[in-house]
Design a protein around this ligand. Structure first.
Ligand SMILES: O=C([C@H](O)CO)[C@H](O)[C@H](O)COP(=O)(O)O
Length: 210
């Protein structure tokens, strides 16, 4: 099980600084969608250059022009690129095909999907690397989480790795770990804390313990 740090509300310099604090406790750094919107793929390039030993995920949440966008993110240094599960099958297949060509991975974000089990089964057949259940900020605001959806994808996905994101905190991490996802994504649960290093260290400890 890997720990991914999601960076959403920072600029490039702040991102580099946050990663410096928690580098030893994380496996993947996510350049979040708001950062890509503000800074472009330069943010992906800067983080990969600063931390070449960490995997970098570009949270593009691709909806169309998938092959092209995966190619550009890959050129910037992304190891994993995200596409939305609601995208057309053709777009998902295009993303997978380009990622394979580039030696990269595709994570499908299931945000906004109603039939989680049905779509996860289809996506699993397309050869995506990760299927990620995700409660975005707007639904977190009304108290939702993705813990039940994680159980759902765990029960139907046979090939892809599973991931979970959305409002995970130190206090809720054990519940997530119990469902055994391959990747746990944490943003504000680390970046919003005064002692980011201590929280990330504790999270890594819990993940290693299982
Ligand atoms: O993908 C995300 C969100 O849509 C904003 O881009 C976040 O990275 C993801 O939700 C993880 O962040 P937290 O919810 O703060 O843990």
């Amino acid at each position: 099980m890997k720990l991914q740090l999601a960076l959403d509300l920072v600029n490039i310099q702040e991102a580099i600084q946050v990663v410096k604090e928690v580098e030893e406790f994380i496996d993947v750094v996510e350049i979040g969608t708001p950062v890509v919107i503000n800074e472009g793929l330069h943010a992906v390039k800067a983080i990969k250059e600063a931390y070449p030993s960490l995997e970098v995920l570009a949270d593009l949440k691709i909806m169309d022009a998938a092959g092209y966008e995966v190619m550009k993110a890959s050129e910037a240094g992304a190891d994993i690129v995200t596409i939305l599960g609601v995208a057309e099958d053709m777009s998902i297949k295009g993303a997978v095909s380009e990622a394979k060509k580039q030696g990269k991975q595709i994570l499908v974000d299931m945000i906004g999907i109603k039939d989680i089990a049905g779509r996860a089964k289809e996506l699993d057949e397309f050869g995506v690397d990760y299927i990620c259940v995700h409660t975005g900020y707007d639904l977190q605001a009304i108290g939702k989480n993705s813990f039940e959806d994680l159980q759902t994808i765990k029960s139907v996905v046979k090939n892809a790795k599973t991931a979970v994101a959305g409002g995970i905190k130190l206090s809720t991490l054990q519940e997530v770990i119990n469902a055994k996802p391959d990747l746990v994504i944490v943003g504000g649960g680390i970046t919003g804390q005064d002692d980011k290093k201590a929280v990330a260290a504790e999270m890594q400890k819990l993940i290693k313990k299982g």
